[in-house]
Design a protein around this ligand. Structure first.
Ligand code: AMP
Length: 503
């Protein structure tokens, strides 16, 4: 059995209904159960009367129900917002307040301290806290309904919601089904939180091919040997992750083709894929296929793809991000026609219709190119041998351990604290890789460093996910300024490193 995302039907129902569809962190279900339970959940949606275009929150981590709920939303034209447990409750409340969502599917067994009209629990029982109010809370357009809103770090201090429509998903899937080289025998290792579309890639690939999706919670992954055993037991053949996630295992003596003999493909996305990571992988998994895919959340999962062969590894110290998907176009917008590189612009139907209720930013980042939706990525890139190479960013967005972070979001949240009058956040990099995030703050009143740190970390933890908490908080009397009247970040880093060295 598999799922046809175009016709919105389970197809080939008679084939292998007992084949494993999802191995969750809590429970395994076969394709027959996936179909029955998806239809049951859609029935619950109908009973509640969720209007088309009203966003439903899906909350949880790696329970079998999370991808099932995503499928039920897709199956029933229901817009969803995925929220992983890594988000602090205040961030979730902000998202609910901003979108006006009245319904939450709780895939976990946790009780949430959230004031929302209706909760659907993991047994599909509903609790009505108050009568839902859908007025002015129905979004998207009937011609191409909104499928999901994915919240990502926003420079203003608030997360921003990327809106993706059904046609965008189909555009991505048309390409992925043909060019990624997966089939119904594939078993997909899924680990990234569902708040990131790296995770959605496995869900769509697995369901559309009729494969198996193996979900791995943070706890499962922490125990590396148990995680490896799980990969072999479930015969995982496709490993999808950020390069940073794979890096955690590279030096483990069992991370090789002898021990984890089921893996056939490593599909990387979400951040720069270092050449040395591929060289090590090729040595430990000699027959494996390595794919590098690139794309921001704003353009439905990924837009370019390339296989990293031995030739590519030896020819390009900085690996290419690959060839654009045929239904898209990548334009390099150069400041000067003689420049080699410029800003990478993505054009195509898979480009988001814009950030949720954020006209100002939408005007800056989204536009029409030859009548098609286009997004200014902020990535700097160039073409060589028909492939795109990405060399960095033109703004303050960084990736740390594969997580997307707007440094200004951290500074803006710090400035909301009563003790702080100003803040600036900088990423310390080595070989283009972010090693540490440091926030420099100016305090309103003198305060002991220890006390300030404790207070600020506790404060940040209430609104920011753990991966956005700076590695260090440094008090300064004032910020140095460059001749162009901008904060001199280089000087701040220089002074910080000197101080670290002296200590
Ligand atoms: P996200 O929206 O979290 O997927 O982050 C998108 C950003 O991550 C892109 O705009 C790039 O800056 C970076 N990125 C994603 N994939 C790659 C890749 N394969 N190589 C280099 N950078 C990447």
């Amino acid at each position: 059995m598999k799922y046809n995302f175009k016709t919105k039907q389970f197809s080939e129902i008679e084939t292998a209904p007992k084949k494993l569809a999802i191995a969750g962190s809590d429970r395994d279900i076969d394709w027959d159960t996936l179909k029955t339970k998806t239809e049951q959940l859609v029935k619950v949606f109908n009973e509640i009367g969720i209007p088309n275009g009203h966003p439903v929150i899906i909350y949880g981590h790696k329970e079998y129900l999370f991808p099932l709920a995503i499928l039920a939303c897709i199956h029933s034209n229901t817009t969803y917002i995925p929220i992983d447990k890594i988000y602090p409750i205040d961030r979730i409340k902000k998202i609910i307040e901003k979108t006006g969502s009245q319904i939450l599917i709780n895939c976990s067994e946790e009780t949430l301290d959230i004031n929302i009209a209706i909760t659907i629990n993991s047994s599909f029982n509903t609790t009505v806290n108050f009568i839902p109010d859908y007025s002015n809370k129905i979004y998207g357009i009937p011609e191409d309904p909104l499928q999901y809103i994915m919240f990502t770090s926003g420079s203003t201090g608030e997360p921003k919601g990327v809106q993706i429509t059904q046609n965008s998903i189909l555009t991505f899937l048309n390409w992925a089904q043909k060019d990624f080289g997966f089939c119904s025998d594939d078993v997909f290792m899924n680990q990234a939180p569902f708040t990131f579309d790296v995770s959605l890639c496995d869900v769509l690939n697995s369901f559309s091919h009729g494969g198996t999706l193996v979900l791995n919670s943070t706890n499962i992954v922490k125990d590396q040997e148990a995680f490896f055993k799980r990969l072999v037991n479930y015969k995982c053949s496709v490993w999808t992750s950020t390069p940073s996630f794979a890096y955690l295992f590279l030096r483990h003596p069992d991370f090789n083709a002898e021990k984890i003999y089921t893996i056939k493909t490593f599909l990387f996305m979400g951040e720069e894929l270092p050449n040395r990571t591929c060289s090590i992988l090729k040595k430990s998994f000699n027959d494996v296929r390595i794919l590098n895919a690139y794309g921001p959340t704003e353009a439905t999962i990924v837009t370019t793809l390339v296989e990293i062969t031995d030739d590519v590894i030896s020819k390009y110290p900085m690996l290419p991000i690959g060839f654009p998907m045929p239904a898209s176009k990548i334009v390099i917008e150069k400041l000067d026609p003689n420049d080699k590189e410029g800003e990478l612009i993505i054009v195509g139907e898979h480009v988001s219709i814009g950030y949720f209720k954020n006209d100002e930013l939408n005007k800056q980042k989204f536009f029409l190119h030859e009548g098609k939706r286009a997004f200014k990525t902020g990535d700097l890139a160039y073409y060589e041998n028909e492939m795109v190479f990405c060399i960095g960013r033109n703004d303050d967005q960084v990736k740390m351990h594969g997580f997307r972070i707007e440094l200004n979001e951290i500074s803006n949240v710090l400035c909301k604290n009563d003790l702080i009058s100003d803040a600036v956040t900088i990423a310390l990099k080595r070989n283009n890789e972010v090693k540490k995030i440091v926030s420099f703050v100016i305090v309103k009143e003198p305060i002991q460093k220890e006390e300030l740190n404790q207070h600020l970390v506790a404060f940040l933890n209430t609104t920011l996910p753990y991966y956005m908490i700076p590695g260090d908080l440094v008090t300064v009397g004032s910020f140095p300024y460059s001749t162009s009247h901008k904060i001199d970040k280089n000087k701040l880093i220089e002074d910080y490193l000197k101080q670290q060295f002296n200590n």
